[in-house]
Write a protein of this length. Structure first.
Length: 549
């Protein structure tokens, strides 16, 4: 072989080796593949937003495209697109008949059921906002949520009658009407409310004109969803039409959802995972939702099998409860191809996938009011346990950063110039996400009518003048393979003998002991000692948990 050819071969080989080395070190190919999928989702969402697509538009397009398609299954019954559309139309006409106009707010307090979906979709047809209230909030919490929401009307399920009765005398004067959905066991509504079932029988079931919502744009508020209230009273997070489109499109692409899929949703529809992600995935893909009234360890897999669900939703605690249930020959007797959720902890991740035969897990991180999130599409064992791998390119594009956090002072550390300090690999710190006001999916929508609370989530001039970041309030770390891990909530971590102790990590370590079902770990101050000592409270798994939500 001529010398020149040998030289060319050697040069090509050396170049290929160098490229492979650089790729391995910088994770370039991984980032490109990941961001290719993300870019497609983003472009599709931006196309819908550019058309000023609102949720009601998307819903009506879906109904027109597949009117006889079963979109919702609930407690043995099936509901087609046309059936659901009829009920949503009645809600829209009823809303107009009681004087609700675009921008009006209706508080919705009820357990999962098809009427939950048709109610807020029907309200959105005429530009009315639904404030989704947690059915588990206590008396004062319920009053707080109704007051904060600025709602003029309250719709509640018959199962929440007692809750409403307790706050009846303290409702704000602006409440013009209380309406109840009767269940089968209730023959008549309570004296203080009108039957919404009867009201809906008197109005038209025809689709209202789209002009009824012409003043509403895709960047207007569609829902109010309340935070869990871990740091005080629940706060009302704004959810815009474009936010639902953007977030849901990510899952449609990541899980390759089609109209032939069936998504089992045991999560409450008043939270983002159920009310935004599940419904949004249905709207964008045409898949069916198998809806449960609430999560049940006993009925979870029997419901999945009965509805032939191909996808399931979860939160981390659910997975632990399911694993605590006695093993069964039917554990893998399902057709589930993907599980979508958040909070699946590393100590049970492999066991959850292996025991129930779930090929893919889409584990995500995010918050209702957040400006971005993370997603790990886990198909292999090596990908279990983390929230996504971000190479140097992905980190630069996303802007995600972990900064040093002082546990004792409960504050972010700064350098001599007053700037935040990025954490070294393996070091725990608070995760910050960049706010990009020019991007519909990455701007901070803030809390409804609570500028003070909104301001606490934003951090300006973090690294340079003019930058703006969203404070997640979550402690993260990144390993030497650039994988991100959730560690704890800010404030839940305590310090003892000079070491930071993460309550979540302690709870995970102790959960492996037999007979323990629930663990709560926290730090307490001791007289004459620095830091806080760890305290554990646990509950034994003496009886199988039937329901946990």
């Amino acid at each position: 072989m001529p010398t020149g050819l040998w030289t060319k071969v050697a040069t090509v080989a050396a170049g290929a080796a160098a490229a492979a080395y650089v790729d391995k070190k910088l994770y370039l190919s991984h980032d490109i593949m990941t961001y290719w999928q993300h870019a497609i989702s983003l472009l599709q969402a931006k196309y819908l937003i550019a058309r000023n697509t609102r949720v009601a538009d998307l819903w009506e397009e879906l109904v027109d495209a597949m009117p006889s398609k079963v979109l919702v299954m609930f407690e043995g019954k099936k509901y087609t697109a046309v059936q659901l559309e009829t009920e949503a139309n009645r809600i829209a006409h009823w809303a107009m008949s009681v004087g609700l106009t675009p921008g009006s707010i209706v508080a919705l307090l009820m357990e999962n059921r098809p009427a939950f979906l048709t109610t807020w979709i029907g309200l959105s047809k005429v530009g009315v906002v639904a404030a989704l209230i947690n059915t588990h909030v206590a008396e004062e919490g319920l009053l707080h949520c109704i007051n904060v929401s600025d709602a003029s009307v309250v719709i509640f399920g018959a199962e929440c009658t007692e809750q409403m009765h307790r706050v009846l005398d303290r409702l704000p004067p602006r409440i013009s009407g209380l309406y109840v959905y009767n269940d089968e066991a209730t023959s008549s509504p309570p004296l203080f409310a009108r039957s919404l079932d009867e009201e809906l029988k008197r109005v038209s079931s025809l689709r209202p004109l789209a002009s009824q919502r012409q003043s509403v744009s895709s960047n207007d508020m569609m829902l109010l969803i309340f935070t869990s209230g871990t740091t005080g009273w629940p706060k009302a997070a704004r959810v815009e039409h474009q936010s639902l489109l953007g977030r849901s499109m990510v899952f449609v692409r990541a899980a390759n959802v089609t109209p032939f899929d069936r998504l089992y949703c045991p999560l409450p529809l008043y939270h983002t995972s159920g009310g935004v992600v599940a419904v949004g995935v249905m709207l964008l893909s045409g898949c069916s939702i198998s809806l449960a009234r609430k999560f049940s360890t006993t009925h979870f897999w029997s419901d999945v099998r009965a509805t032939e669900a191909t996808m399931v939703q979860y939160i981390g605690e659910m997975c632990r409860y399911l694993l605590h249930a006695p093993p069964s020959d039917l554990d893998r007797a399902n057709v589930v191809r993907v599980a979508i959720g958040n909070g699946l902890r590393p100590d049970i991740w492999a066991a959850f996938q292996d025991r129930f035969g779930i090929p893919t897990v889409c584990e995500f991180y995010g918050s209702t009011e957040g400006v971005a999130g993370m997603l790990n599409v886990c198909r292999e064992r090596k990908d279990q346990g983390h929230l996504g791998q971000y190479g140097y390119l992905a980190t630069a594009v996303s802007g995600y950063t972990i900064v040093e956090y002082d546990v004792d002072a409960d504050a972010l550390r700064r350098d001599a110039n007053g700037h935040l300090i990025q954490c070294a690999v393996g070091t725990v710190g608070e995760l910050l996400l960049p706010v990009r006001s020019y991007s519909p999916m990455h701007k901070f929508q803030g809390y409804f009518k609570d500028d003070a609370a909104s301001a606490t989530k934003l951090l300006a001039n973090a690294f340079q003048k003019g930058d703006l970041y969203f404070r997640t309030g979550d402690l993260f770390r990144m390993d030497d393979h650039r994988r991100f891990y959730f560690v704890d909530r800010v404030g839940d971590t305590f310090r003892w003998n000079g070491e930071n102790v993460a309550t979540c990590e302690v709870a995970e370590a102790l959960s492996g002991f037999p007979g323990i079902s629930d663990i709560c770990v926290y730090g307490v101050a001791l007289p004459g000692r620095d830091g806080r000592a760890g305290v554990m409270q646990c509950r034994g798994f003496f009886d199988r948990c039937q329901r946990c939500m």
